[in-house]
Design a protein around this ligand. Structure first.
Ligand code: ATR
Length: 283
């Protein structure tokens, strides 16, 4: 029941029609008996500034930020948390005395991986060099990864990200192109993460960048895509006997981390998973 006391949280993006975040957060509020409601807001690029000012004026308590606003929104915040600053993007805003920006995307992916393997000292290969790769590569290093390899179709972009990682965090990092160089790096890799859109619905039959013959049993493979749940890459990983993590884990854990920032409470994984059950069946 929405009353005069209900606190509003939400999501700003364009588009937002298909977001499944409200199912998670509203279930979390219910679980803790918090009088909060999570609402998606469709915000066009040209309205972003007004949306943030408006949210402040309307006493909205927290926002998630999604495509295409994650970078641009930083201009309108008072404080940027260190990880978000390094990544160069914000996906979570907390409205307190000041308007604070955080990034929980990388943390979401890393928490999913940590359920299966520690990060400390491990060799991580990341496919792609866009926004998701940036978030996950920085968080991998902050979580103790020993070596990070960025593999991308456009080598220049991988090099740029690698340089940026090295400049900021002084990590053992390498940029490679797809194909032979990547194949060689995979031989002794511990963790492989796909951040490219290859295999995402409706292109489910796209050939993955890495196939089972390039993988080994000790590898942990994570795809950030959650539609379909088992992407071509994860199918190949299963065939190779490698461990797999679906993209839904990243989505859930980035949500749990945002929820923590807003409420100071951590909802059990089960609550968010169950909230998404019906939505996942529709994928
Ligand atoms: P996001 O912000 O979700 O990470 P993005 O910034 O558009 O998305 O980045 C997508 C990444 O997937 C890019 O690194 C892109 O490679 P390029 O830098 O060469 O463009 C990669 N990508 C997209 N489609 C690809 C394809 N068909 N084959 C290989 N890489 C692809």
């Amino acid at each position: 029941m929405i009353t005069g006391k209900t606190k509003i949280m939400g999501l700003i993006g364009d588009p937002v029609e298909h977001t499944i975040s409200p199912f998670m957060h509203n279930a979390g509020f219910k679980y803790f008996d918090l009088d909060y409601a999570y609402v998606p807001f469709h915000v066009a690029r040209e309205n972003l500034k007004f949306a943030i000012e408006g949210a402040r004026a309307l006493d909205i308590k927290g926002l998630n930020v999604t495509i295409p606003h994650k970078i641009e929104v930083m201009k309108y915040l008072d404080v940027i948390h260190e990880t978000a600053w390094l990544i160069g993007a914000v996906n979570t805003i907390r409205f307190a005395d000041e308007v604070e920006g955080y990034n929980t995307d990388g943390l979401g992916a890393i928490r999913g991986i940590k359920e299966l393997t520690p990060l400390k000292g491990r060799k991580v290969i990341i496919l792609g060099a866009g926004g998701a790769s940036r978030a996950i590569s920085f968080q991998s290093v902050l979580s103790g990864a020993g070596q990070v390899v960025i593999a991308n179709r456009t080598l220049e972009k991988a090099l740029k990200l690698a340089l940026n990682l090295k400049d900021n965090l002084n990590v053992d990092v390498k940029a490679v192109s797809l194909g032979e160089e990547l194949e060689k790096e995979l031989e002794d890799a511990d963790i492989l993460i796909n951040t490219t859109p290859i295999g995402m619905y409706p292109n489910v039959d796209d050939k993955p960048l890495v196939t089972s013959d390039m993988m080994h049993e000790g590898l942990v493979v994570n795809d950030v895509i959650y539609n379909p749940l088992e992407t071509g890459l994860l199918r190949e990983a299963r065939l190779a006997g490698a461990k797999t993590i679906t993209g839904i884990k990243m989505l859930i854990y980035q949500g749990i981390e945002s929820f923590k920032i807003w409420t100071g409470r951590e909802p059990p994984l089960k609550v968010f998973e169950e909230a998404l059950e019906d939505e996942i069946k529709k994928l």
